[in-house]
Design a protein around this ligand. Sequence first.
Ligand code: 5AD
Ligand code: SF4
Length: 466
Amino acid sequence: MNDAVLSPPPIGHAGGPKVLLEVFGCQMNKLDAELMVSALKRAGYDFTDRDEEAAAVLLVTCAIRDQAEHRVHSHLGELSVLKRSHPDLALGVLGCQAQRQGQELLSRWPALDFVAGTRDFPKVARMLDEVRADRTRLIALEGDPETVSEERDVTVRPHRGRAFVNVMRGCDKRCTYCVVPNTRGVEVSRPMADVIAEIDQLVDDGVVEVTLLGQTVNAWGRREDRSLGELLHRLEELPGLHRVRFITSHPEEMDDRLVDAMAACRKSGLFLHLPPQSGSDSVLRRMARGYTVERYDEILVSLRERIPGIEIGADIIVGFPGETDEDFEGTRRLMERSRFSQAYVFRYSPRPGTPAFGRMDDDVPDAVKRERLAALNALQNRLMLERHRGLIGSRHEVLVEGASRKDPRRLFGRNLAFDRLVFEGDPDVEGRFIEVEVTDVTALTLSGHAVSEVRSAPASPAPAAV
Ligand code: 5AD
Ligand code: SF4
């Protein structure tokens, strides 16, 4: 969950009014921002990453925790000041926070020109035109979840070899802490044919790895009698596509069919993001997650039996209402035995409009939340370091994502298990597969050197584990 300024390649309408697009929140937001970039380009806009030269600043926002929304408010404070010296600057707030706060944002920030919700991004270019021409203030929060446009110029994307593909919007679960069903609406899966057609085009344009996005992506297609496993099998047969990832999976929706498909489909790799959220049955019940700790453990056992080498990624919330020391100890133990290859731990943040809000007291003191967060992060660091130490000397097939952010002279990429690798090598290999030998590790990263370029075609499929 990092912020990014999306600066697409300067093709198209160089010289048009410049837009600065700032994206907060999850991958789904980043992808929505890409769709907006396509639409804004078609409407004649150009892009910048400097607010002094921008004709418009658009914030694509997140609402998942209070902190995310606070940051946008303080940013709007700064932009309001900027607007005093640049009165023509147009300001828009889009996405999840816009959906949640709507009119309240316009009332609080007189400098703000328009607000568009999570299903209204296809209208953003038109709204921006209108705001700039007439200096009116606009709000759109009514987009229809069933018909939201996924229209996309596949050539507009920040990475050469990788792309995200929306396969499902919204969420029908009712996890009591979560604002997403409010901000992104009901679950709607995209039809198989649309998904395949989009991926076909992306692959023709040089994409070798796709990440399928959905709030409960492993429930994809259930209304149309389809399953994610079926989609994985279809993509397995698509020449030119080498890796298929999918996020985020819900433990309640895991079934043997999907595990079978993952075991059989080599491209779907060795990583699954499967957030447990808590290791206490009573907390899981109050979160309305629909599974027990025992069931979660069973799923991991079956995944690891069927898919040797698979790594699991976790999200965990500490300090959920009523979480006792004993509940927390359950989460600590779950983390210890599950040996996640990565885990994000969050402090519970009450979100207005969620089932827990108002019904369950946010009774775990912030100091205790912080202590629990620090304890789990320390544990996770130790576990990751132990795992990484065991990988010294091993070789990995790495898809090169670009220069390392910390050290631009080195390259950054990921292996099939989604581990982060930083290594010495020829800089001109973005989007290619390189074999890397690990020589040194930290808790977060494996470092090493390139041994050879692997291939430009996927290795022959391994026999399905049975
Ligand atoms: N407070 C804290 N963390 C939350 N998450 C979702 N809602 C909240 C909340 N209200 C976490 C969950 C989810 C991740 C994306 O954010 O762990 O998996
Ligand atoms: Fe993504 Fe959820 Fe944040 Fe919306 S609220 S941007 S869906 S993480």
